[in-house]
Design a protein around this ligand. Structure first.
Ligand code: SF4
Ligand code: SF4
Length: 194
């Protein structure tokens, strides 16, 4: 589903895609992102989904379908019995960015700790610790940062317990510039490993 180039840039769509291409959803996760949580629509997406099936489109939220952020009525009315998206080619931007969120204001993006989200959080922690280890900080400071991020990772790991049945999760906010750094970090890690 096409959204304007300006909006894509604003929400860091291509950076998020560059990050997500390094991960694969585990088979054990049965499309939980389509069964719970919030969903965001841009105006054009409302038109396209309504054009495909107006009844199903209306049922995605309790408030009908208009541009904005909503609590999804679950599971999503477009989710097929085989766990696949029935409108994959036309799925809303928010679905293509999950577990990252769509943020049209501010300078960071929320990342939810579903199984893929947690793997990203772990890699992000590795990036921060590695960057800090190359800085001029003392060994003591470096050890403190390492310990602090290990605690962060452990705390996000606990969010995975029954994550799919909760209406809200403790998410990590990643500033846009660090999001770009993560994308570069993952590509260089992949290049080193190949
Ligand atoms: S994006 Fe997350 S919640 Fe959705 S299927 Fe993949 S691992 Fe599961
Ligand atoms: S539109 Fe598709 S990807 Fe998005 S929540 Fe519904 S079934 Fe899932």
């Amino acid at each position: 589903m096409e959204i304007s180039a300006a909006v894509k840039k604003e929400i860091r769509y291509s950076v998020v895609q560059n990050i997500l291409k390094h991960y694969q959803c585990p088979e054990t996760c049965e499309a939980h992102c389509c069964c719970n949580g919030q969903i965001h629509f841009f105006e054009d997406e409302v038109k396209v989904l309504t054009g495909i099936d107006s009844e199903k489109a209306k049922r995605i939220t309790n408030e009908g379908l208009c541009a904005g952020l909503y609590q999804m009525v679950t599971p999503c009315s477009f989710l097929k019995e085989n766990g696949r998206c029935g409108v994959y080619e036309n799925r809303p931007t928010v679905c293509g960015m999950y577990p990252f969120k769509v943020n049209t204001s501010g300078n960071s993006v929320g990342l939810q700790p579903c199984p893929i989200g947690f793997m990203i959080i772990r890699d992000f922690a590795e990036l921060i610790v590695e960057s800090f280890s190359r800085s001029g900080a003392s060994d003591e400071e470096k050890a403190m940062i390492k310990e602090e991020w290990q605690k962060n990772v452990d705390s996000y790991e606990t969010e995975l317990t029954e994550f799919h049945s909760r209406t809200s999760l403790n998410e990590m906010q990643i500033p846009f510039d660090e999001l770009e750094m993560l994308s570069i970090f993952l590509s260089s890690k992949k290049a080193k490993n190949s």
